[in-house]
Design a binder for this molecule. Structure first.
Ligand code: 5GP
Length: 125
């Protein structure tokens, strides 16, 4: 079910639980600012989720409330994962769903990183 991104942060969401170590994940990278792990239901040969370690619902929430250090750390982490997975040359796609119209299901900011094949048009037509 898509979530309403205006409802505020819900500490019981699945990614908050992953960050607390309550649920396992297949980590590909982490540092002080971000955790990157494999999506449980991959939509491409490579499908990684990158999440900030702080409690933010969406990109706009993060950009409004996060510190400069958190923002820099998170953005750098997304790029590092792409480089580490050798995705720069073949190309990759980043996607951050927010709210009902984009069908965001988990109300903790996450950037999907897709790669490993030609990804086709940006949106379903
Ligand atoms: P959204 O639709 O919110 O942008 O994407 C949420 C993503 O989280 C989906 O691609 C879904 O497969 C993934 N996901 C949901 N629950 C889990 C989980 O427990 N572990 C992992 N690794 N991914 C999850």
């Amino acid at each position: 079910m898509p979530v309403d991104a205006t409802l505020g942060y819900d500490d019981s969401n699945i990614f908050a639980r992953i960050l607390r170590g309550e649920i396992p994940n297949k980590t590909v990278y982490q540092d002080d600012w971000a955790l990157a792990f494999h999506d449980i239901n991959p939509q491409a040969p490579i499908h990684i989720l990158v999440i900030p370690k702080g409690a933010y619902v969406s990109w706009d929430d993060f950009s409004e409330r996060a510190s400069d250090a958190e923002i820099a750390g998170f953005v750098r982490a997304v790029g590092k994962v792409a480089r580490d997975l050798d995705l720069v040359s073949p190309g990759y796609r980043l996607l951050a769903n927010t709210g009902i119209n984009s069908h965001q299901e988990v109300p903790h900011l996450h950037v999907h990183l897709f790669g490993g094949k030609a990804l086709g048009p940006m949106l379903a037509r």
